[in-house]
Design a protein around this ligand. Structure first.
Ligand code: 5GP
Ligand code: ZN
Length: 115
């Protein structure tokens, strides 16, 4: 499996940096964002290192579908009942800060800190 030793999300996958996990299987990991913008703010990542959405290809399509499909299940498990927002920031102009593909899932009662 491809990992980047300098990537903080690869280190979270490896357990070298602690995280508050919300879901895990052999392919995906979901954990709570360290600086939440909403009452519930989870990041869904592939365990394999893929830097950005622009670095995905046909071989990632099924995994991308499973990332998206995990969102409603996660929110339901975390008690979010009023809807949620999914966001993937891509590249510099997309505002991406961590270069390991991740999908933000925001939920919980408003007002939110941001977004
Ligand atoms: P981006 O701007 O790249 O879409 O979002 C990166 C997100 O990762 C930010 O919301 C930031 O708070 C979160 N983040 C960065 N480092 C860590 C970390 O070490 N642990 C956790 N749980 N979240 C992190
Ligand atoms: Zn990585």
């Amino acid at each position: 499996m491809s990992t980047d030793p300098n990537c903080i999300f690869c280190k979270i996958v490896a357990g070298q940096i602690p995280s508050k996990k919300a879901f895990e299987n052999e392919e995906l990991l979901a954990f709570h964002d360290i600086h939440p913008w909403a009452p519930v703010h989870v990041l869904v990542i592939p365990k394999v290192h893929v830097a950005t959405l622009s670095d995905t290809g046909p071989e990632h399509e099924a995994m991308l579908g499973r990332m998206l499909a995990l969102a409603p299940r996660l929110m339901r498990d975390l008690g979010v009942t009023g809807g949620f927002r999914t966001v993937i920031n891509t590249g510099r102009d997309g505002g991406q800060e961590v270069y390991h593909l991740h999908m933000h899932v925001f939920g919980g009662p408003r007002p939110w800190v941001k977004g």
